[in-house]
Design a protein around this ligand. Sequence first.
Ligand SMILES: O=P(O)(O)O[C@H]1O[C@H](CO)[C@@H](O)[C@H]1O
Ligand SMILES: O=c1cc[nH]c(=O)[nH]1
Length: 287
Amino acid sequence: MIAPSELIINPDGSCFHLHLKPEQLADKIIMVGDPDRVNTVASYFDTKECEVSSREFHTITGTYKGKRITTLSHGIGTDNIDIVLNELDALANIDFASRTIKPIFRQLTMVRVGTSGGLQPFVPVGTYVAAGKSIGFDGVLYFYAGSEKVRDKAFESELMRQLKWKLSGIQPYVVSADPSLVKQITQDDIIRGVTIAANGFYGPQGRKLRLPLADPELNRKIEAFEFNDSRITNFEMESSSLAGLSALMGHRAMTVCCIIAGRVAQDMNTEYKGSMTGLIETVLDRI
Ligand SMILES: O=P(O)(O)O[C@H]1O[C@H](CO)[C@@H](O)[C@H]1O
Ligand SMILES: O=c1cc[nH]c(=O)[nH]1
């Protein structure tokens, strides 16, 4: 039995942060950072079954063209993904009444639809980029046993070498999104890239406002990095722990982003919400 302090169930039978009950979760999940983007995704639904809001976690479950889908916001950062993934997995695979793991595994399919900063001239503002691989600047995955089974050690070594890594205490890790899901969602019209999930928006993505950066050359080295014909395409803030934890748990997950900041051309689309709708429609159709 999993103790009440470890799997926290609210008095209404919902999980601690998401405030969702097991029966409110669909097998297909569209995740977004911004709680308001959940409304955009759900505006395409034909039916709406439930809507729950708690902190930055806003969830709507409904149907789209006959498919039952849950859309939920995870807020910003890989640490939030730790909460969201563990609670979604608990909703699917732990019996809340007996607090025991269910004998039959239920697999979830999760697509995160996010915004991102582009790092190459071939992914200008407005491009959709899927994270075939994610580089985690965070440390969430290291707290779970067996992380080495889902990490790409060769890629990690090459990254440390080419980036002449200087930031002590941070060891970037590399994980893959679910390959069959990436194929299903990207088909032949969405770029498959390598995405850095940074543990911050400013310094960790090489943005200098008032504070100087520890390695001011890091973005230049990231942009020049090349390994096995792949380049690092974009920055966002969740894809690494999403791909890594899902792989450890046995779920299918991936991230696809719309580029809203061109870090090479130094341009920005502050009116990006309109360009997210095309990506949301594509993911709804293909999930
Ligand atoms: O637009 P979302 O989905 O939030 O994604 C990106 O935008 C946020 C930073 O502005 C981070 O969450 C990053 O991953
Ligand atoms: O530059 C960007 C834009 C959106 N989200 C990020 O994390 N970085």
